[in-house]
Design a protein. Structure first.
Length: 502
């Protein structure tokens, strides 16, 4: 009797824990080639459509992009990439499968897979093994390359029999199909030779850090192109009423106010590592601590993002419109931290005077380096104080709320934001407060020469506090972040000719 009672208690406890935690998020796994793959973020105009797809989805689903440059169905299997995907599949997950570009390369025996034999067999393996794990495979026909007949401007399809094989498998095995081959063909035909070119990689020599020698092709997309292809995929999802549509959110707001502007994020003074990987306030970090969502906001406004992994020089700063320095390291965080020197401060001050825009974000006492950071800040009438305003107990988020916000572009149409554990600012000279709490300044502005400096007492733009993955919906940090990004870009100088190249 006691054993049965104990068993029932255990079951009830497990059920209660499940109800509290809720079911696990479903995961969308993406497998594909370079047209889908994540591209390096550092001053690189190229993007894969799978890289931007998460912008259209809520935080209620996880998206993992396994796509790799140059992969075919054959090499994806041979290199063990599929085994990695398969080991992570769970019931209720989805697998988007778009391969075929590289299967057609007959001269490369490591990748070539004939359409009606190896290619079909490999796709069938992805399908079967996904279903064995109770995941839902979704077939996607290969996206088109851009090619037009010069005299007639008729679009030329270069994928041969591969799309037909995908369609046949979908019909035979009753699978959801997104016919990206057909939808991209229709879209490129509609745009025509000139307008369709605006979607593809065009990198002139000497303009982008990632392509110093330049690169131009009709296979890989720029960010605009990747977004357009992602939209075609979403339209395909809606057309077949794929259950994933319930996780869609409003499409990102896009503008061109950042055209020709480059945003450099410091990785030198902030140089933290976790498990051998850089993290904390960097573009690539998608976890709570990262600036991945902030980077997307800059890119949504047509700006380019890059990182600065060494001390600034006159030459490197001349290539930036906006330079962001966040929370320089303490010895507690990094064994031998890089601190701002007087020479660094001279170089940055001169750059600002010449028209540069500097954003300085500190942190609260105990979690930030103040002495050397203030060597720079004080050049502009700003001083970060070693305090910690708005400390929060547990999840009592309202302890760090700001309401009755000032009349400033950052806070247009916003009634409530969240900012915790803030190093407040002491102002002198021409520095002006933007946001205050009682007598304490939280955000300030200082104009010097042709440029300006914005100072914030907290790195409040990191992922967990701007995309509401943690905050209650009543907080409008996401909109405030969008407003701030647009305001910064409106005030930042153009430093780059982004004209296309053939």
């Amino acid at each position: 009797m006691k054993t049965k009672t104990l068993f029932l208690i255990v079951i009830l406890m497990l059920s209660a824990l499940w109800l509290i935690a809720g079911p696990k998020k479903p995961t969308l796994h993406l497998i594909g080639d370079s047209t889908m793959a994540d591209k390096p973020l550092d001053d690189n105009p190229e993007r894969g459509w799978g890289q931007v797809l998460p912008l259209f989805f809520s935080q209620d689903i996880q998206i993992i992009n396994y796509a790799k440059n140059g992969r075919s169905t054959k090499s994806f299997l041979r290199e063990g990439l599929w085994d990695k995907v398969k080991s992570n599949l769970k019931e209720g997950d989805f697998v988007f499968i778009q391969l075929g570009h590289n299967d057609a390369k007959e001269t490369d025996t490591t990748r070539f897979a004939a359409p009606h034999t190896d290619y079909r067999h490999n796709l069938l393996r992805f399908i079967t093994e996904s279903r064995e794990k109770e995941a839902v495979p979704v077939l996607i026909t290969p996206v088109n390359r851009r090619k037009f007949e010069p005299e007639t401007s008729e679009f030329i399809d270069q994928h041969g029999e591969y799309p037909a094989v995908v369609r046949e498998l979908a019909m035979q095995y009753d699978l959801p199909l997104i016919d990206l081959h057909q939808s991209s063909l229709n879209y490129f035909q509609y745009l025509g030779p000139e307008k369709s070119e605006l979607l593809f990689l065009r990198a002139p020599a000497g303009v982008y850090k990632f392509y110093p020698e330049g690169k131009s092709d009709n296979t890989h997309f720029n960010r605009q192109g990747a977004l357009e292809i992602a939209r075609l995929v979403i339209e395909g999802m809606k057309a077949i009423n794929l259950p994933l549509v319930k996780y869609l959110k409003k499409a990102p707001e896009l503008s061109n106010i950042g055209s020709g502007k480059v945003v450099g994020l410091d990785y030198y003074y902030n140089h933290e590592y976790k498990k051998g990987q850089p993290y904390h306030y960097i573009w690539e970090d998608r976890e709570n601590s990262g600036f991945y969502e902030l980077g997307n906001l800059f890119e949504n406004n047509d700006a380019f993002i890059c990182h600065m992994d060494s001390a600034p020089t006159t030459e490197t700063l001349s290539k930036l419109s906006l330079y962001i320095i966040v929370d320089p390291d303490t010895p507690k965080e990094t064994e031998k931290p890089n601190t701002i020197t007087l020479q660094d401060a001279d170089i940055i001050e001169n750059w600002v005077k010449e028209g540069g825009l500097l954003l300085m974000m500190s942190n609260d006492s105990g979690n930030a380096e103040f002495e050397h950071f203030n060597w720079l800040a004080e050049r502009f009438g700003l001083h970060f104080k070693e305090v910690s305003l708005n400390r929060v107990e547990a999840k009592n988020y309202d302890m760090a709320k700001f309401i009755n916000l000032p009349d400033h572009p950052i806070f247009n149409n916003i009634s409530k934001i969240y900012m915790k554990e803030i190093s407040t600012l002491e102002l002198s000279g021409k520095a002006q407060a933007i946001l205050k709490k009682d007598s304490e300044t939280v955000i300030a502005l200082s104009k010097i020469g042709r440029g300006m400096v914005v100072a914030v007492g907290d790195p409040w733009l990191y992922n967990e506090y701007i995309d509401n993955r943690r905050l209650p919906d009543s907080f409008e940090n996401w909109q405030a972040a969008q407003n701030l990004v647009k305001w910064l870009l409106e005030n930042a100088p153009v430093v780059r000719d982004v004209g296309k190249t053939k």
